[in-house]
Design a protein around this ligand. Structure first.
Ligand SMILES: *Cc1c(COP(=O)(O)O)cnc(C)c1O
Length: 484
């Protein structure tokens, strides 16, 4: 399989999977996409139903990364998708399923289920892709004879811890993760700072999250520094992350149906559009998905687009700081991948639109044709607010005695607007409630369940360095660590 950029597809430049693995944006500012989507046959769907998660991941990934020898890829998926890594389940006997499906009940004539994606080491769905990325990076560094990779990132929560747990003790990889000093929850801070691995560097920046992001940009724009120290990123535009996420749409479909003539819908709590983009690709590959329901919180850039065809970026001042913080975004970084397909892969038009987005703050595809096309791709959307979140957490607890997290609550609220008799609805459960316990207490007046592995988390010794919000000081720190 070859890859192209969304902004210069017709220029003929092609990349292999391993060429783009460690990269983020393409040189032209676009995103990497496979030149075509592999189609899944009925015979394959029949066979895949019976496979373990690791074997299913192998079957799907090998269609996208045929430059990784099959026996290596099989070893990688088996090393990644193991019951002992995804053991933070409600029901421990289900850990071997990696992403178990939990049916809540029948509503409006169909089943409503949660696809549990947050049973990994950091209790958020990002682990599913990031854990594979960690193993792939180590593999690529070893086989390509590159000596090292120094990952630099900024986080306000889920991404940073997920990256650190995936990269800890990986040969050749160091992680430098910036976070705003004393601005994350005690749980999230402890999750990151308790790591004692010598290749993980937590940098607590004296500033806010935007300062952290600005520093990452400044360092990345210093090309000499980037080359000399082999700086890379693991942000949500990384193709391999999307690729890994395709797998659980298949797994969820198989678990919600009895045969392959049935259709299901998925609702996805969305921010940067990475998760639901994987669902779009699964559907393009032939998985019988009826609707892809995009759920947003008060930061509703995506909901606005899917309802009106208008894509309007938000300024930093317009971002709402909500109780589903991992969906608090001003632009959806993976959205360009869908627009590429929507416009029949016309990369000059994609280039024109996203340049307009950068200079004029948005673009408009509200003509009837474009909106009809959006529906043909199965997309619909809605939004949820803090009040909805609280009401949904209460309602799900009252009806089903299950506590869901705030992001999943946004998903359930929106999913209920699109239930159709006979079409099972699967809501992706993107985090566990313990990560957002303040809001759970507000809703239920009790603490969410804490997986046993996190028993003493907040009292473990912490390892981090406090630095001023100054890119040069961060570079000095990195230089010293890399050279030591
Ligand atoms: C990252 C994240 C999301 C948003 O996913 P995208 O791929 O950015 O759309 C939703 N919920 C949780 C808990 C997350 O960590």
């Amino acid at each position: 399989m070859n890859y192209i950029s969304t902004r210069s597809a017709e220029l003929g430049k092609r990349y292999a999977f391993l060429d783009i693995l460690l990269g983020g944006l393409a040189k032209d500012g676009g995103l990497y996409m496979p030149v075509r989507y592999p189609h899944v046959s009925n015979a394959e769907l029949l066979h895949w139903r019976t496979l373990s998660y690791a074997d299913l991941a192998f079957e799907i990934l090998k269609k996208f990364c045929d430059d990784v020898p099959a026996h290596d890829l099989l070893a990688l998926t088996h090393r990644t998708y193991r019951a002992d890594i995804y053991s933070n389940t409600r029901d421990t006997s289900l850990a071997k399923r990696i992403t178990p499906l939990k049916t809540l009940g029948i509503e409006s004539g169909t089943s409503l289920s949660l696809l549990e994606l947050s049973n990994g080491p950091t209790l958020a769905f990002k682990d599913i892709a990031m854990q594979l990325l960690g193993n792939l990076f180590e593999y690529a560094l070893a086989t390509c004879h590159a000596q090292q990779l120094n990952i630099l990132g900024a986080t306000s929560g889920d991404t940073g811890s997920s990256a650190e747990y995936a990269m800890r003790s990986k040969r050749g990889v160091r992680v430098f993760m910036l976070s705003p000093y004393r601005k994350m929850s005690a749980f999230q801070t402890a999750q990151m700072f308790c790591l004692q691995d010598p290749n993980i560097f937590n940098i607590a920046v004296e500033g806010v999250f935007d300062d952290c992001q600005d520093i990452v940009k400044a360092v990345s724009n210093d090309h000499a520094f980037r080359e000399q120290y082999q700086i890379g990123t693991v942000n949500s535009i990384n193709w391999a992350r999307i690729n890994a996420q395709i797998v659980y749409y298949f797994r969820g479909y198989f678990d919600a149906t009895h045969h392959n003539d049935q259709r299901v819908s998925f609702t996805v709590p969305s921010g940067n559009f990475g998760n639901v983009c994987a669902g779009h690709i699964a559907r393009m590959m032939g998985l019988p998905i009826e609707k892809l329901v995009v759920a947003t919180n008060e930061n509703d850039v995506l909901n606005e687009f899917f309802r009106t065809g208008k894509y309007r970026l938000r300024s930093a001042a317009e971002i709402h700081h909500t109780t589903s913080p991992s969906m608090d975004i001003s632009k959806a970084s993976n959205f360009e991948r869908f627009v590429f397909d929507l416009l029949d892969r016309d990369s000059s038009r994609v280039l024109q639109l996203f340049c307009a987005a950068e200079t004029k703050g948005g673009f408009d595809l509200s003509t009837l044709d474009d909106l009809t096309r959006v529906r043909e791709f199965g997309f619909v959307s809605s939004r949820s607010t803090h009040t909805d979140r609280i009401a949904t957490i209460r309602d799900i607890y009252r009806r089903y005695q299950i506590i869901i997290d705030t992001h999943t609550a946004d998903g359930v609220k929106v999913a209920r607007e699109y239930l159709e008799p006979g079409v099972p609805m699967i809501v992706l459960e993107t985090a566990q409630p313990i990560k957002f316990s303040d809001t759970i207490r507000e809703a239920l007046d009790q603490d969410p369940p804490r997986p046993p592995a996190f028993d003493k988390l907040e009292i473990l010794p912490q390892r981090f360095t406090v630095l001023p919000a100054d890119a040069n000081r961060i570079k000095d720190f990195m230089r010293t660590q890399i050279n030591s």
